[in-house]
Design a protein around this ligand. Sequence first.
Ligand code: NAD
Length: 357
Amino acid sequence: MSNIAFSYSPLTGRVIFGAGCLGLLAEEIGKLGYRRALVLCTPQQREQAERVATLLGSQAVGVCDRAAMHVPIEVAREAIAEAARLRADCAVAIGGGSTVGLGKAIALESSIPVVAIPTTYAGSEVTPIYGITEGGLKKTGRDIRVLPRLVIYDPHLTLSLPDRLGITSGINAIAHAVEALYAVDGNPVTSLMAEEGIRALANGLPKIHADPADLEARTQCLYGAWLCGSVLGATSMALHHKLCHTLGGTFNLPHAETHTIVLPHAVAFNRSATPEAMSRIERALVCKDAATGLWDLAKACSAPLALRDIGMPQEGIARAVDLALQKPYANPSPINRIGLTELLSKAWAGERPSEAG
Ligand code: NAD
């Protein structure tokens, strides 16, 4: 009989963290031996990308500003061709999960390594997970080639994050940590990181909501995002991520907002099966009940609370339940139609979950 308590393969990749550390980019890229960087961004972040290209000087060969939500295959093909035409030897992605995702699509196809400069709290920069959308269907997978070799976390870059995106992106990160706490393949180290990640974000988010220029709070949030992304990359997600994936794909709902709304209800659903995870969340949030604590955090930061407010039709609840019941992820509480319908109905209406009792 085996007596292995857990197994864990920490993911490698260099991380540089701190206000102003973007200034080290050229030096750090040089250390890795890269000479021809293609800078990636969305059209909205062209200015930040131009700054990165300027910092790289002769080490940059171009800027591609076509990154878009969910990595459309056409955009990925275009960027791969551009990287080949320019003989790029690395892709430097500055932006959120969508831009890092484009870098990953290039890495998957052409083995050009990715350097990530995250400007949201999504966490993709520390995971080997990729997603590409073709014909309306998002295909996701894991491949170590897409894990960025270098991540530069500079909180200055998050100062321009619009309030709603910053808050929902931060709660999206918390969702990774919450599910890592009850993941089938979690371990004591990922649990430490997850709890600390939730603590950092729960502390920082209300502060950046009150004062978007609070650099210390921005630093705390980015630190939390790193921890939460790291545990997303190391463990398998459960019902919450399955539901958000289904809702986002079926009703074209915004990624981070969907996570923000569903999370407290998914936690209430799993509450009785995961007492240790609940204690850790409650300790991190300094609250008595994890589900209502998460809902109260979202409300205090003026985040959206109802799926109906972000474009989900009420009749979509039954469809989403059907889809979520097909090929479900491993989940602590058994999944059934009645429970999922209740969960999604509450999330649709924006109700506060009931407290543990
Ligand atoms: P995003 O990357 O789609 O960015 C949203 C918008 O905000 C974009 O227009 C972007 O240019 C802008 N933006 C980003 N940072 C900014 C800043 N600092 N200042 C001003 N504008 C800024 O949003 P996201 O929430 O970071 O990423 C969502 C996507 O990432 C989804 O497709 C999701 O599936 C994916 N994701 C993947 C992983 C993974 O491990 N593969 C993890 C988390 C999220």
